[in-house]
Every structure is written in structure tokens, then in C-alpha cells.
Design a protein around this ligand. Structure first.
Ligand code: SF4
Length: 343
């Protein structure tokens, strides 16, 4: 059965026509799915019963179920563990900021990129998510919190550009005026650096923010942390970032997780400054969460401050990512791993 929630409005119109229904029903149906966030065809009360029945027969209607929720007593951040229709588990995080609510979603079940600091990499990739399963995380969080989501970050489990076509469709549906209509500028997609897909994404000329997980300033160090570095060098990545900026005029964000004694030394900061100083970018330093399965420790406060200082002295725009939900869990992917261990 085809997944109805992953159709664009245009595609839905031709489906509705095939079912012998009036064209205006397509928009009604689309708005029920993507604006009123209906959880089933049964909720679509202004559609004729016969149409709802046909849809139930013809299409799959994805939905996700909350399995667990942890809420931070410090800042109200909520981490949700959701179960998909096939029993797969994904994590999403809801964060409350002064400027609006943000949801961080997963794009795959597990991940095959194998980054050494990441709990999601430990079990490998199980499968990629469909556009509707990515949307469902945002829809479910909206319904569960009763609050509007204004920012979306695709930075949870999975490499979004390893699920390129589904990601692109997801972006179109999420930003569509007949759906939640989230601005492209309020959407961030994070990649570990798949160069061909970055170039392809640049050509789409979207207004989304691209965040590159750099995490090291030399190829040698990056290879230790991220197997993808064996495939693409930092020089190639920087070229792709330049191209992305040229095409979209959107400033690139570099994510740099600081791991104590591994990539937080003064020479690491100097190299990073050298790499980024002539790029229109922003560097986000992330003190890494300790992971039980790995021996990584957080950088000390003084090291973090001097790392930041070095970059700033070179005129680089830099922030230290505020830790959200510090008390609820460690790195992303851990809630899912723990639940799987219990099953
Ligand atoms: S950090 Fe991201 S790309 Fe790397 S293994 Fe984890 S989920 Fe995959």
C-alpha cells in the first residue's frame, strides 16, 4: 500500500481523481493530514464516509506511538521515544527556547556512519525513515505538548543525506503552505559530510541551514572519530561548503564536539580557525556527552573557553551550545539503546 502522508498535494490530487472523487477533496484530505494532524482517516469528519473507507482500503496511514518520555526538571526539554508501525524505535527531542519551540528529529533507524562518539552508530543502520515518519515525529510532539513548533532540526539518529530523496520530500511537505508551513530558514539539516549529496543539495537552492559535523581539524584526527573521513577529505568538505554558500547564500554551521584530550587542544583550535576563517560560517562547539560504551570524557571548562577564544581572535563567529536536558539523558540514541536492551 502507498503511504498517503508522503504524497505532495499535486500527487494527492491525481490519486483522488483516480478514486473518482471531486478534486477539492484532495486539499481537504491534505490539510487534515498536515495541518490538523489527524491520526487516522476516522478523524476527518467533513469527508464523506465512503471516501474515508476507500482511503483506508487503498493507502497506508503512518502513525507513531509514544513509548517513553523524559522531561528535564532544569529546562523543560523533553525527550520522546516513539514506536513506528513496524516496531522500530526512534527518538525526538523537544526544546523550549525564548524564540519558540524546536524539535530535533531522527531521519533513520540507527545509522551506518559509525561515528565514534555516537550511541546511534553502535547498532548500525536498520532502515531509513519515510517522509511521513519524519513528519510524524513533529506532528506527535505538537499534539503531545499542545504547542506550536517553529524550528525543526534534523540532527537526531541517522545521516539525513544518506536518505536524500525522503529528506527532500519531507522538507517540501513540512514547508508547504497547506501543511505546518514552517519556514525553510527555520529548518536545519545536519550532515557528517557526504560530499556528493552536499553538492546536490546546494543545487536545490533551498533556504535551509546546513550544519556540517566537522569534529576535527585534521584528516588524521577526523578519521579516528568519523569513518566517513576516509572517503572525503576536509579539503573536499570545505570546497563543498563554499559551493553551498555560493548557491544558497546561506551561512554554513560547523558542529564541533569537544572530546577531552582528543580534539580540544590549542593546535586543534588553530587549525580549525585556519580552515574556517575565510568561509561565511558559524562554529558551534558542543561539549560532548559522556557515553558509557565509549571512553569519551567532556572537555574541561578552561579548555572549552580557550578553544572558543582562539577562534574568536581569528574573527570567527562561535557559540558554545547550551546543554539542554542535561538531567534527562546523555547523548542522543541512548534512550533507544536502553529500551532495545530491555526488549
Ligand atoms: S553522529 Fe550522526 S552520522 Fe555519525 S553515527 Fe551518529 S547519527 Fe550517524
Amino acid at each position: 500500500m502507498q503511504d498517503i502522508k508522503s504524497f505532495t498535494l499535486e500527487e494527492l490530487k491525481s490519486e483522488i481523481e483516480k478514486l473518482g472523487e471531486k478534486p477539492f477533496r484532495a486539499k481537504q484530505l491534505y490539510q487534515w493530514m498536515h495541518q490538523k494532524l489527524a491520526r487516522s482517516f476516522d478523524e476527518m469528519t467533513n469527508l464523506p464516509f465512503s471516501l474515508r473507507e476507500k482511503c483506508t482500503r487503498e493507502y497506508e496511514y503512518t502513525s507513531i506511538k509514544e513509548v517513553k518520555m523524559q522531561e528535564s526538571a532544569i529546562d523543560g526539554t523533553r525527550k520522546y521515544l516513539f514506536e513506528l508501525k513496524d516496531g522500530s524505535l526512534v527518538e525526538s527531542v523537544w526544546m523550549k527556547y525564548k524564540h519558540g519551540n524546536s524539535v530535533c528529529i531522527s531521519s533513520q533507524v540507527g545509522c551506518r556512519m559509525g561515528c565514534a562518539f555516537c550511541a546511534s552508530a553502535i547498532g548500525g543502520l536498520e532502515r531509513s525513515l519515510t517522509p511521513s515518519e519524519m513528519l510524524d515525529q513533529i506532528y506527535a510532539v505538537t499534539l503531545l505538548t499542545g504547542e506550536r513548533v517553529s524550528n525543526v532540526v534534523v540532527m537526531g539518529t541517522g545521516e539525513p543525506l544518506d536518505n536524500y530523496d525522503a529528506l527532500l520530500r519531507f522538507i517540501r511537505l513540512l514547508t508547504d503552505e497547506n501543511g505546518l508551513h514552517i519556514s525553510q530558514r527555520n529548518l536545519t539539516v545536519s550532515t557528517c559530510g557526504l560530499v556528493p549529496q552536499m553538492l546536490k543539495l546546494a543545487d536545490e537552492q533551498l533556504q535551509i541551514t546546513l550544519a556540517l559535523s566537522l569534529h576535527a581539524s585534521s584528516d588524521e584526527k577526523r578519521k579516528e572519530l568519523m569513518p566517513v573521513a576516509n572517503k572525503y577529505s576536509i579539503a573536499e568538505l570545505m570546497e563543498a561548503c563554499r559551493y553551498y554558500f555560493e548557491k544558497t547564500k546561506r551561512r554554513i554551521t560547523f558542529e564541533y564536539s569537544l572530546v577531552g584530550g582528543v580534539n580540544d587542544r590549542p593546535e586543534d583550535a588553530e587549525r580549525l580557525a585556519e580552515l574556517t576563517k575565510d568561509l561565511n560560517c558559524h562554529v558551534n562547539l558542543i561539549p560532548v556527552n559522556p557515553i558509557k560504551e565509549r571512553d569519551f570524557v567532556q572537555s574541561k571548562g578552561a579548555e572549552i573557553a580557550s578553544f572558543k577564544n582562539k577562534l574568536e581572535k581569528n574573527g570567527i563567529n562561535v557559540t558554545i551550545r547550551r546543554e539542554m536536558g542535561r538531567d534527562i539523558d546523555g547523548a542522543c540514541g541512548q534512550l533507544r539503546r536502553r529500551q532495545k536492551a530491555l526488549q
